[in-house]
Design a protein around this ligand. Structure first.
Ligand code: AMP
Ligand code: ZN
Length: 114
């Protein structure tokens, strides 16, 4: 847990968010500045700053993030048409919140990445 981290605060319910799913390990909520009709963030409750900080001990947790995103995509009905899962890392990757999170983007044709 990190005191000043916005996603830790959301996980602790100190900051409101539009929470779609929660269990002991993760929370999923709508992005505050959606880039697509479906833009959900799937976030571990444990504070892990970047993808660079992941180790073997986090393997099940990362798997749980991906499977939750898959389930949310199906709930939103974007699974058939398609969607994108993204984790940004550090400045050149476009990371702005330094608590790892998986973006689920869908509901429109997404452009090529780059
Ligand atoms: P990234 O740039 O990959 O670090 O993604 C951070 C994402 O968090 C951005 O898409 C922001 O719009 C989103 N975000 C930041 N603060 C909040 C918040 N309080 N509630 C929901 N989403 C947020
Ligand atoms: Zn955090």
């Amino acid at each position: 847990m990190a005191e000043d981290c916005i996603f830790c605060k959301i996980a602790r319910k100190e900051v409101p968010a539009d929470i779609l799913f929660e269990d002991d390990d993760l929370v999923a909520f709508n992005d505050i500045q959606p880039q697509a009709p479906t833009h959900v963030l799937v976030v571990p409750k444990k504070h892990i700053p970047t993808v660079n900080d992941l180790t073997e001990e986090h393997a099940a947790l990362v798997g749980a993030l991906a499977l939750r995103a898959q389930a949310l995509a199906a709930e939103r009905g974007v699974d058939g048409a398609g969607y994108r899962l993204v984790m940004n890392c550090n400045a050149e990757g476009g990371q702005t919140v330094f608590h790892i999170h998986l973006h689920l983007l869908g509901g429109r044709q997404l452009r090529r990445m780059g």
